[in-house]
Write a protein that binds this ligand. Structure first.
Ligand code: NAD
Ligand code: MG
Length: 394
């Protein structure tokens, strides 16, 4: 029996994780569930999965969560506040921690799990983008097991040889990592319509059902940019080792190309329960609830090279990856502010890239050697992004 803490339990990844866990009551028990808002949903999930702890991310929500738990006869211990997220990520009962908080808010609780040497299932790509080297160093120093939930990175992980050494493509005879992406909902939308695109359109992804922030990131392809950076840190790659390929059907989730001409691809229906089940049980395999691929109905398999005029955010992220930690931390922070402003109808879809580009051009890089500096750079970039959002609105 393995104890699991789910950080971000009420989100798309959190709910999918609980769906998989619920299929294997003999293997997993839920230690803690956390949420930011939607506390009623958190209590509903607690009724089903019976965790020892439920946590509201905001200290001010303690009383509301405690009252909800009491009213619904949920006996879990109620906690609240940022430090409680890290507490349930690092407690001894949790063998596995699913890091599924969205955005920079996921960094400290995910790191807390890493520092206790947990098996960490990483969905929160932003934490790795923000702190890259420091994060990987913490994984190594604490003997944590870091497993990629992001479908592309999970696919790459499955296509790499089992004796793959971090950063050493040559010894494994690998020539390229092919990071696939669907191109999002605006792959074929005329560029002239981009300034008028609305949040509901951006959140209607053709293949994946996801949270709102990552949905907008998929529409701008900032998501693929963050994944490009994530891939470099997860596997020790140089930017030149990675190529982004568009594959609108989202059946191939990424590929590894070998020197002999072989290309290994991982395929499956676009359903996050596959990588979640893979990481939960790794190195074993368990049922995920995902339907098998039906090759009789799969007709088109197409591939394209991304156009940076359509996806300027992808180019910004790849350039930031080449520049280093300061640029990726700043870009991640700026993007969170810009996406939120777009979702709140404060700026246009095309302003997201404008805000991100302006923030990167106005900040002066500093060396990042500790998490406090990461948090400082994150705050500074957010403040500047808010100024840029205001400038867009004038
Ligand atoms: P979501 O918006 O559906 O859920 C986010 C979760 O985080 C919720 O439980 C929410 O309560 C919690 N949260 C939000 N703000 C918080 C804060 N300030 N403090 C603490 N908790 C907070 O998001 P999602 O789609 O499930 O994505 C979660 C993470 O997984 C993201 O980093 C995303 O990039 C990554 N990811 C998601 C998918 C997907 O298919 N949804 C795929 C790959 C990677
Ligand atoms: Mg992904």
């Amino acid at each position: 029996m393995q104890g699991v803490t789910v950080l971000g339990a009420t989100g798309s990844i959190g709910e999918s994780t609980l769906d998989v866990i619920g299929r294997h009551p003999d293997k997993y028990n839920v230690v803690a569930l956390t949420a930011h808002k939607r506390l009623a949903r958190l209590v509903e999930l607690a009724k089903v999965h019976k965790p020892d702890y439920i946590v509201a991310a905001d200290q001010a929500d303690y009383v509301e969560l405690a009252n909800l738990a009491k009213a619904h006869h949920v006996s879990a211990t109620v906690l609240a506040g940022e430090s409680a997220l890290s507490d349930v990520a690092s407690m001894a009962e949790a063998d596995i921690v699913m890091a599924a908080i969205v955005g920079a808010a996921g960094l400290l609780p995910t790191l807390a799990a890493v520092k206790q040497g947990k098996k960490v299932l990483l969905a929160n790509k932003e934490s790795l983008v923000m702190s890259g080297q420091l994060f990987i160093q913490a994984v190594n120093e604490n003997n944590a097991t870091l497993l990629p939930i992001d479908s592309e990175h999970n696919a790459i992980f499955q296509c790499l040889p089992s004796d793959f050494k971090y950063g050493d493509l040559a010894s494994s005879g690998i020539s390229k990592i092919l990071l696939t992406g669907s191109g999002g909902p605006f792959l074929n939308t005329p560029l002239s319509e981009f300034p008028r695109l609305k949040p509901e359109q951006a959140c209607a992804h053709p293949n994946w059902d996801m949270g709102r922030k990552i949905s907008v990131d998929s529409a701008t392809m900032m998501n693929k940019g963050l994944e490009f950076i994530e891939a470099c840190w997860l596997f020790g790659l140089r930017p030149d080792d990675v190529e982004v390929v568009l594959h609108p059907q989202s059946v191939i989730h990424s590929m590894v190309q070998y020197n002999d001409g072989s290309v290994l691809a991982q395929m499956g229906n676009p359903d996050m329960r596959t990588p979640i089940a893979h990481c939960l049980a790794w190195p074993q395999r368990i049922e995920s609830g995902v339907k098998p691929l039906d090759f009789s109905t799969l007709s088109d398999f197409s591939f394209l090279i991304p156009d940076f005029a359509r996806y300027p955010n992808l180019k910004l992220a790849i350039d930031a990856c080449k520049q280093g930690q300061f640029a990726t931390t700043s870009l991640n922070a700026s993007n969170e502010i810009a996406v939120m402003a777009f979702l709140n109808n404060q700026i246009a879809f095309t302003d997201i890239g404008r805000v991100n580009e302006t923030v990167l051009s106005r900040l002066t890089p500093i060396d990042i050697s500790c998490i406090d500096t990461v948090l400082h750079v994150d705050r500074q970039a957010r403040e500047l992004a808010m100024v840029c959002v205001k400038e867009c609105r004038q």
